[in-house]
Ligand binder design. Sequence first.
Ligand SMILES: *[C@@H]1O[C@H](CO)[C@@H](O)[C@H](O)[C@H]1NC(C)=O
Ligand SMILES: *[C@@H]1O[C@H](CO)[C@@H](O)[C@H](O)[C@H]1NC(C)=O
Ligand SMILES: *[C@@H]1O[C@H](CO)[C@@H](O)[C@H](O)[C@H]1NC(C)=O
Length: 317
Amino acid sequence: MRLAPEPSAHRLRLIVLFLVLLAGVTTSPVLSTGCPDRCVCDDQLVVQCAGQHLTTFPVNLPLATRQLIISNNRIVELPPLALNYLSDLVYLDCSNNSLTEISESTFGNLRKLAYLDLSFNTLTRIEDRTFGPLASMVMLRMTDNPGLSHIHPDAFAENAALQVLDVSRNNLTTLNITSLIALPALRSVDLSGNPWSCDCDNEDLCLWVHLEDEGQTVCGSPADLQGSRLGEVGIELRALCHQTLGSWDYLFFVLIGFAIFAAGTVSAWVMGVIMVLYERYIKKKDQQVDPDEEGEIYRYNTHMNTYLSFRSLLIRK
Ligand SMILES: *[C@@H]1O[C@H](CO)[C@@H](O)[C@H](O)[C@H]1NC(C)=O
Ligand SMILES: *[C@@H]1O[C@H](CO)[C@@H](O)[C@H](O)[C@H]1NC(C)=O
Ligand SMILES: *[C@@H]1O[C@H](CO)[C@@H](O)[C@H](O)[C@H]1NC(C)=O
C-alpha cells in the first residue's frame, strides 16, 4: 500500500499563503469592481481622484487600474498592501499630498509602473530599496519636497529603464552619482533649486553637471561659492581637491632634491679641481720662467762686474 506523500513544509507554507490571500481577496474592499468615492473611473482604466480633499489612499480601486491620479489631496501615507494589488499600474501621480515617508515595500509589486510623481510632498529621505522593484520606471518626478535632504547612493541603482529624473527644488546638499551615471537609459536629470554643497565630497557631481545647464543648479555652500553654477565650479574643484601630495610625490621631490644637491656637489668639486690644476699650471709656468730671468740678471751682474772692474783698472792707470 502506498502512502500519500506527506506535504513538505514548503507546500504547507504555500497553502497557508493561498488561504491568507483568498481571505484578503474576499474581504478587501480594495478589490471591488466599483470606483472609489469622490473619484472618476473610466473604461480606459484611469482613476482620477485629484483635488478631492482625500486624507487617506482611496479604497475600492479597480484591480486592473492602469493610471491612478491622487494629486492635490492631503494623503499622508501610501499603504503598501492596497497599492501592490494594482500590479498593472503604469502611471501613478501622488504629487501635492502630505507623504512623509515611503517604505521599502511601498512599490514592491509595481513592475509595470513607468511614471511616478512624488512632487510637492514632505518626504525627508529616500532609502536604497525604495525604488528597487520599479524595473520599468521611465520617469520619476520628485520635486518640491522642502525637507528632502538625503537620497541613498544606491536609490536608483536598479532602475535600468529610468530616462528622466527630476529632483529639483528639494533640500539636497549632496548626491552620490556613482550608480546614477551607470544607468543605461538616463538622458535628463534636473538638480536645480537645491542648496548643493560645492566641496571636494561633491566634486564628481559638480563635474557631471554640464556647463550648458541653464537652470538654477547652483552652490548653496560654502559661502564664497554661493550662487555659482555647479558646472563652472566643477573644474575649479578638480584642481583644488587634488592639491594634496601622495607619498610618491614626496619621494619624487626627495630624489629630485638629492639629484640637485649631488649635481651641485660634483660640479663644485670639478670646478675646485680645475682651479687647483690651473693654479698649479700657472705656478709651474712661473717657476719655468724664473731660472732664465735669474740667469739673465746674473749674466748682467757678471757683465756689470766685469765692466766695473775693467773700468776701475782703466781709471787707476
Ligand atoms: C496643492 O493642492 C491644493 C489643494 O489641495 C491646491 O490648492 C494647491 O494649489 C496645490 N498646489 C500645487 C503646487 O499644485
Ligand atoms: C534643509 O537641510 C538643512 C540641513 O542640511 C536643515 O538645517 C534645514 O532645516 C532643512 N530645511 C528644511 C526645510 O527642512
Ligand atoms: C558613492 O557610492 C558608492 C557605492 O554606491 C561608494 O562606493 C562610493 O565611495 C561613494 N562615493 C562617495 C564620494 O561617497
